[in-house]
Each structure stands twice: as C-alpha cells, then as structure tokens.
Design a binder for this molecule. Structure first.
Ligand SMILES: NC(=O)c1ccc[n+]([C@@H]2O[C@H](COP(=O)([O-])OP(=O)(O)OC[C@H]3O[C@@H](n4cnc5c(N)ncnc54)[C@H](O)[C@@H]3O)[C@@H](O)[C@H]2O)c1
Length: 260
C-alpha cells in the first residue's frame, strides 16, 4: 500500500508516546502520504510528541487540552488563520479517574462520571464542531472505542459508559455532518498495552484472556488499528459513516468456549 492519503491533511489528537495508538496511526498516515498535524495534551508531553512528530514528518505539533473549550477554539482559529484545509480528524483520547477503574462501578462518584464523559465522549463533539468547518471538501472524523461500550468488562466501569456515549455521539455526529460529506466513525480496538490501558486494574490478565478466546488467538497489533484508520480516512471508506468497526481479532463475536 502507498499513497492512499496523498494530498490529504490529517490532524491527530491523542499522541502521548510511542505506545499510543495515535502514534501507530500517525506512522500509517505518513506511509500513505498524508500531511500531519499532531496535538499534545500538556507541556509534560510536548518534548516527546515533538520528537515523535519529527520522526513522522509532522508539519505542526500543537497543544490542545480537549477539556478546555478555549484550547479547542485556539487550535481551530490557528489552523483557519493559516488557511489549513483538513481532510481527516483522529480523536484518540480518553481519561477516567484511576480509582473509578478499580472499585465497583456502583461506587462511581458524580464528579468521576462527569470527568470520564467530558474528556472521553463530549470532547469528540466539541472537536468535531470546531474542526468540521475546516473540512471544506468533506472528510473523515474517527475516534477510538472499546468493547466495554456494549458489554460489561470487569474494571472498565465508567469508561465503558463513556464509550457508549462516544459511540452514540458518533452516530449523531454522522447524521449532522453527512450532508457536508464529513463521515464520522469509531474503531473499537482489542486491548493493547498503552499508558491509558495500564490504568485499568488487571489489564495484563485481560490481554491473556482475549488472546486465548479470540478467533485469531492473539492480541491486537496497533498497526492493524492504524490500517483501518487509513481505510476510514481514504477514498476507500467513502460510503462508511456512523459505524463502529471492530479491530480485535474477532473477540467481540465470541460467547463462551469450552474451557473458558
Ligand atoms: N489501549 C487499549 O487497549 C485501547 C483499546 C480500545 C480503545 N482504546 C482507546 O484508544 C484511545 C487512545 O488510547 P491509547 O490506548 O493509545 O492510550 P494513550 O494513553 O497513549 O492515549 C490516550 C491519550 O488521551 C490523551 N488525553 C487524555 N486527556 C486529555 C485531555 N484532557 N486533552 C487532550 N488529550 C487528552 C492523553 O494525553 C493521551 O495522549 C483512547 O480513546 C482509548 O480509550 C484503547
């Protein structure tokens, strides 16, 4: 494969380090010829993201904390002022209080519930509203979800409920933006060892369990998620909107198997 995204400009939000799913997507987008803009959450990540950005030829590396409306507005204004036309927006962001991912869901506080939904679901709405106007020739917005949106996954807790809100937001955004030829989709990835995943109690047991039960008998490679992100961003995905595509080695189709 090469050149599937040539002539396209993609902004990727949510790259923290070389294990981030967003980094795998940036690498795949570079391979396919996209021009890249990366954002980072805060100063703590700036140097790392700038270094990784240089490695993938990113044209800009900009700060954007998506829990702050003013930072989203400043990002959109800066791109608009420079006449940037966007074709692809990748939202690869989630956060919940670690304690809410360790104790029973029923104990989730009002503040913890609101925080998880604000950062992990509402931010897609806010980012889409700010950046869709720069997609003047249509485009593709995509986000990352997880099976915990639709099934109970132990310790995923409030993040699962936030992912359910995220997936519903994908459908409503797709309906709103479709007439402008902007498509909105989610990729539901199998578990991958990243900084965000390390916040989930017993995550390594989840990895082992998934590899044992999944039809493909292995865990998900971030590069597989990234290639689906290429498909959704490219003309090959032009008829696909409002969907959640599973890239999980087939795990989500399974019920019980003998011995599990
Ligand atoms: N790793 C997995 O097993 C897995 C599986 C399915 C879906 N996902 C989803 O993939 C996405 C990326 O996660 P990851 O696993 O690559 O981990 P990661 O820790 O590398 O990425 C999470 C990103 O969210 C960013 N973020 C958090 N709060 C933010 C804020 N207020 N403003 C801006 N950025 C903020 C972090 O800075 C980080 O870059 C998340 O939505 C996650 O839920 C991960």
């Amino acid at each position: 494969m090469s050149g599937l995204l040539s002539g396209k400009t993609a902004i990727i939000l949510g790259l923290a380090n070389r294990w981030s799913i967003a980094y795998a997507i940036a690498q795949a987008y570079q391979r396919e010829g996209a021009r890249l803009i990366l954002t980072y959450q805060n100063e703590r990540q700036q140097k790392t993201v700038e270094e990784l950005g240089a490695g993938v030829g990113a044209e800009r590396v900009v700060a954007c904390d998506v829990s702050k409306d003013e930072e989203i507005a400043a990002l959109a204004a800066a791109l608009q002022a420079d006449g940037v036309k966007l074709d692809v927006v990748v939202h690869s962001i989630a956060f919940a209080n670690p304690e809410d991912l360790a104790r029973p869901f029923v104990e989730t506080s009002r503040a913890g519930f609101a925080l998880a939904h604000d950062v992990s679901a509402y931010s897609l709405v806010a980012v889409s509203r700010a950046l869709a106007p720069l997609m003047t020739e249509g485009g593709s917005i995509l986000t990352l979800s997880y099976l915990g949106a639709v099934r109970v996954v132990e310790n995923y807790n409030v993040m699962g409920v936030a992912k359910a809100a995220l997936e519903a937001s994908v459908r409503y955004l797709a309906a709103n933006l479709g007439a402008s030829n902007v498509r909105v989709n989610a990729i539901s990835a199998g578990p991958i060892k990243t900084a965000a995943a390390r916040g989930i109690k017993d995550f390594s047991k989840v990895l082992g369990g998934v590899a044992a039960l999944a039809p493909m008998k292995r865990n998900t490679d971030p590069a597989e998620v990234a290639d689906t992100a290429v498909f959704l961003a490219s003309p090959l995905g032009r008829g696909v909107t409002g969907n959640v595509i599973y890239v999980d080695g087939g795990f989500q189709i399974m019920g019980l198997s003998a011995g599990s």
